[in-house]
Every structure is written in C-alpha cells, then in structure tokens.
Design a protein around this ligand. Structure first.
Ligand code: PHE
Length: 433
C-alpha cells in the first residue's frame, strides 16, 4: 500500500505587518496538522516528536508486523461471521483521522467530565476541543450512527505514559463492535427479550449487568464476545497459551473484562471489552439492539507473537528489522532475531521540584523524550524525597540510554543529559541538585 505523503508541519504563524506601517502586530499562534490548522491555547501539549508519528500509518505498511497482526485479526472475523450469502458481516475502517474532538474521545462514550483520563497529563491535546485520539473507541458512536452493526477499526492512538520496554506514547489498537437485535439473539424463542420491562431510567445495575438488560441477553452476548476474542487469540497464538479473564471497569461498557496472556513470566493485558452501555446506542439512535465491543493492543500481541523485545522497534526504519517480516505469508511463524545488543548508558538526574508551580511527572518524561528521542530506553523515578525542615520535595530519575542500531558513546550521552538538565530547569522550573 502506498503511504500517504506526510503533510503535516508544526509551526507558529505570526501575523505579518503589511508595508512599512507597523500596527501592533497581533500574534496568532496555530498548529498545522494533517493539512488542518488549529489555534493553540493553554491546553496545547502535543510535542514535535509526537507529531512526527502522525501519518506514518504503520498499520497500512504492507509487511510491517503491525499490519500483519491486523490482517490476521481481520481474517478471523471474515471467516467467523458470514451472512446468509457467505459475505463477511464485519467491515474494517483503517483510515479514520487520528485528530478527534473531546466529544468523540470522551462525551460520546459517557466518560464523566471530571474523569482522570481527560487530564492534560494523560492525553496529547491540540487545544481545548481537539486531541490526538487516546483510543479507537472514539469513533464507535459515529460509525454506529452511520448505520453499521458489525465493524472493526484500526489506527494509531496517543497517550502520555511512563517509558519502558512495553510502553510507547503512540501505539495501535483494533476496536470492534457487534450489535444484535432480539430476533438475532433469540431467533427460536419469542418469550425471551433483550430488554427488562419497567422503568430503568435510573440505570444502576451491577457488575453482572445494566438494569435495562435481561440476564439472558447479557449472558449470551458475554458468551459470544469472549468466545470470539479467545478465537482471535487462538488463531494467533495457537491452542497452547495461558490466559485469564479479569473483571474490570470502563465508563462505556458494563459488565467489562480484560484478557490477560501469560508471556515471558508475566501477565500482559492484551485487550479490554464489555457489553456496551445502552445509553451510547440510544444516543446514536439505536433503540432495538444490544451491543458488545472490544479494543485490543496490536503492539502487545505482536510482541508476544514474534518475541519482539522492545516496543520502540516497531518504529525502526532499519532493514535489519523490517526485512524479517517482509514478503512473508501472513500466518508465517516468525521469531524476531535481535539485530544486536548495544550497551546501555545510565545517568541519573536529581532536582528540587518548584515550590510555587505545579510539577507533573509526565511533563518531565515528554521533555526527556523530546530531547533524547529514541535513544531513551527507560526513565524511572528512583527517589522521592521530602526535606523534613524546608518541606521541599526532590526527585531523582534514572535515565537509561540505548540506541537500537549502534553503540552510544558516553560523551554523546553526556551532552544529551546536560541538555535535559538545562531544559528541565528552564521549562519545568526545577532546580538541578
Ligand atoms: N478503549 C479501551 C482502552 O483503550 C478498550 C475498550 C474498547 C474496552 C471497547 C471496552 C470496549 O483501553
């Protein structure tokens, strides 16, 4: 597939003064992303480094491990859900714009206005109304409104997070939705219904079910949801892997579960799912159906499947990485062979937090990432110290530097480290110790 040309830039525009008469130049600041202009405001926190991932569309690059895993999930749905004429019931959307409104990312999914997931420290905001989508679920409601009952969506999602081997601020998700009417769910039994009779405006419900649903409908939906997702996992990992279902909470599903897969000695969460909140369907104009939905992390699955040890590798342009997956059959059994192991360089940084300003750890992580780029393997808070007399707080972070493709020299690392110190002092108002 041809990659869309990258048409985004990150710039600040100043209103120019015409001719020679200087009339109080008014500064208009805007960001141009994927050919659209957005005014900046005090919500803006996207960085140039993050923006450079927009439009790369790893999921559309033929032969990329993200694309191969997507293809395998899609094949499973095509083969498992067919209509009476033998055509696939599910359709796949792979080019939905990653720039969304807060209405799409949160409101349409009933995420409360004070929910932590809306905070500036968790999301990449373009301005108060727009952000880089934090999950593919952002598009759920609009696709239902367009009349779809069975659909999948794949794309890049953006989250501010810690830094380690399995976390990167940009990753890929596949979301899916299936809506079912009473007749589809209980074709042979007219006595069974999907909705509980009576007044259920006060939708309290329980972890078992929402008040408006019948238990029969919910149990049948749960069965179909879990067996579908386990089917997907088995079609990828084979019959022999260890997994467990864990009860969880999402504002947009009830009940909700996570599927965890045992990988290299630890339980790794690979997907979230649940019975869709009925109000989301009602708001989309659907009154006669119930739905299930899921969202799975493509990198996580791909790491387990191919034994890819570090999430940064997915962004590598190195042919040593890419060629291991290119021109292979989609179900080919591939085990990633490390190109080579370059040594780590470890440097610590300690500073006093500002007294009179708010300090947010994720701001520091972003700053480190912006300056160090992909040479940063890990940043961990090593020490959080409160001075007993002055009441001042100090943080010590360990920064592990490692390049994926060459040996880093200590002098080079020292230069980056110095720059991080300088910029942290300047931008985050900390005092280097
Ligand atoms: N959006 C959720 C996440 O990103 C996953 C999810 C999707 C859960 C749909 C339930 C239903 O973690």
């Amino acid at each position: 597939m041809i990659l869309r040309k990258l048409l985004f830039t990150f710039h600040i525009r100043n209103n120019c003064t015409r001719g020679f008469s200087i009339v109080h130049p008014k500064v208009v600041q805007s960001i141009s992303l994927l050919n659209q202009n957005f005014p900046r405001d005090d919500y803006t926190n996207v960085t140039e480094k993050i923006i450079s991932h927009l439009g790369q569309n790893l999921h559309l690059q033929e032969g990329h491990p993200i694309n191969i895993v997507t293809q395998r999930v899609l094949n499973y749905f095509y083969a498992s859900f067919k209509n009476s004429r033998g055509n696939p019931q599910f359709s796949m959307y792979n080019n939905l714009c990653p720039i969304v409104t807060t209405a799409q990312n949160f409101d349409s999914l009933l995420i409360p206005t004070n929910h932590v997931s809306r905070s500036k420290s968790d999301c990449y905001y373009i301005n108060q109304q727009h952000l880089l989508r934090a999950h593919m679920t952002s598009h759920q409601s609009e696709l239902m409104k367009s009349g779809l009952d069975n659909f999948l969506m794949v794309g890049d999602v953006y989250r501010r997070d810690e830094i380690d081997r399995t976390h990167y601020p940009v990753f890929h998700q596949i979301d899916g939705v299936r809506l079912r009417s009473k007749n589809q769910l209980f074709p042979n039994d007219n006595d069974l219904d999907i909705f509980e009779l009576g007044d259920y405006t006060e939708n309290i419900g329980s972890q078992d079910k929402q008040a408006c649903h019948t238990l029969e409908a919910v149990k049948l939906m749960e069965f179909e949801l879990k067996s579908t997702l386990l089917g997907v996992a088995k079609s990828i990992f084979g019959e022999d892997f260890k997994y467990r279902w864990v009860d969880t909470y999402f504002p947009f599903t009830q009940p909700s579960w996570e599927l965890e897969v045992f990988y290299e000695g630890m339980w790794m969460e690979v997907l979230g799912c649940g019975i869709m909140k009925q109000a989301i369907l009602t708001n989309a104009g659907i009154t006669n159906k119930v739905g299930w939905a899921f969202g799975l992390g493509v990198e996580r699955i791909s790491m387990c499947l191919y034994k890819i040890p570090d999430i940064r590798l997915f962004w590598s342009k190195d042919s040593g990485f890419l060629n291991q997956f290119k021109n292979q059959e989609v179900n080919a059994k591939i085990t990633y062979r490390p190109i080579s192991q370059y040594p780590q360089c470890i440097n610590d940084i300690s500073f006093w937090l500002p007294n009179d300003k708010e300090y947010c750890e994720n701001d520091f992580y972003d700053l480190v990432r912006t300056i160090g780029g992909d040479r940063i393997e890990q940043v961990t808070l090593k020490d959080d110290f409160l001075h007993p007399k002055t009441g001042r707080r100090s943080h010590c972070y360990r920064i592990i530097y490692r390049h994926m493709e060459r040996t880093l020299k200590q002098e080079e690392v020292n230069l980056i480290h110095k720059k991080i110190e300088k910029e942290a002092a300047k931008q985050l108002f900390v005092n280097i110790r």
